[in-house]
Design a protein around this ligand. Structure first.
Ligand code: SF4
Length: 324
């Protein structure tokens, strides 16, 4: 048995201070990923800081956008009336994640922090640079069917497992953080990292940093779809997913925001596709050209070549469903 200290905090400052003082400390809220990691011996924090008593459970909206507290359960966010009516892309992505039971426990902040589901990361008998830097990557020459086709490195080809984060990337969210030096805002595109030479780092948080909420700016998107392709209908991670948000007027696309999941170490924004779509009609031929642009730079491994064709089909399908 591995011993650890367990403490509860009731203020963000106390939580940040407690974590900053111990490099091996971890925040715990729903625990739906962290407890698994601890049971399997993938991680062994010396201190668990329970943040469930912090006042981070509000959902607020105004003309500027929507703020969701870090401790709001995924299921509560997915069923919130403002989320459903004004930010349906987020509701669709939340409901595509995990199972109903997990969505009841898992928090929005924890969803952003969840770690890859690469099986070699969870198998402590296998080499994994993310779990143990410089140990190698079991997936590179292993069974890499679920792995990245964009932004990978020769150190790690894992993918981010979150559905919610793909929608947040497409919706240009900002992560609000409390840190040792005060409050800060991290644009969602800058929150998660590509693996490079340091795959052990999933994101750009600093020691002690605590996610307090996410903010989604108000937008004019009037068409949306989150499409997730997986091996079974529920409780499975994405092979590929697509989050589409469009502003369409009189059949012409005025603006587009699109991200893919299951293809990279972070939600993968399709900025070239977004530029291409502006001013185009909602014709299937346009969507097929967009899909070709999206997958042009993909790099595949032995077992995941199928993701290129699947990704193209998913993009076309998501755009069609959004604009039907
Ligand atoms: Fe570890 Fe990344 Fe390689 Fe998976 S892909 S074994 S997480 S280094």
């Amino acid at each position: 048995m591995i011993n650890f200290e367990y403490i509860r905090t009731s203020s963000a400052k106390a939580a940040v201070d407690a974590k900053a003082k111990n490099a091996s400390a971890a925040f715990i809220a729903g625990g739906t990923n962290l407890v698994d990691l601890m049971k399997k011996g993938v991680t062994a924090p010396q201190r668990l800081i329970d943040i469930n008593a912090l006042p981070l459970k509000d959902i607020r909206s105004d003309a500027k956008g929507l703020s969701i507290g870090a401790l709001v359960p995924n299921s509560v966010a997915a069923e919130n009336n403002v989320v459903v009516t004004k930010y349906p892309l987020l509701a669709m992505a939340l409901n595509a994640g995990a199972s109903a039971q997990l969505r009841n426990m898992a928090t929005v902040g924890g969803n952003i922090m969840q770690r890859t589901r690469c099986p070699y990361f969870y198998d402590i008998t296998m080499p994994c640079n993310k779990r143990q830097p410089q140990s190698g990557c079991g997936a590179l020459a292993g069974y890499n069917r679920m792995h990245a086709i964009f932004g990978a490195s020769d150190k790690c080809i894992a993918v981010n497992p979150s559905d919610m984060c793909v929608a947040l990337a497409a919706l240009n969210a900002t992560v609000m953080v409390s840190g040792v030096k005060g409050e800060k805002k991290i644009p969602f595109a800058d929150f998660h990292r590509l693996p490079g030479d340091t795959p052990e780092l999933d994101n750009n948080l600093q020691a002690g940093d605590l996610i307090t909420s996410i903010h989604i700016p108000a937008n004019r998107f009037n068409k949306a779809c989150y499409l997730k392709v997986r091996d079974r209908l529920s409780y499975a991670f994405a092979l590929v997913s697509v989050a589409v948000a469009l502003e369409v007027t009189d059949g012409i696309i005025k603006s587009a925001s699109i991200a893919m999941g299951g293809v990279a170490h972070k939600p993968w924004r399709l900025t070239e596709v977004e530029k291409y779509l502006i001013g185009k009609t909602t014709a299937v031929s346009v969507f097929k050209d967009a899909a070709g642009i999206a997958l042009a730079g993909a790099k595949t491994y032995q077992h995941n070549e199928f993701k290129v064709k699947l990704g193209k089909s998913a993009i076309v399908e998501a755009l069609m469903k959004a604009t039907v």
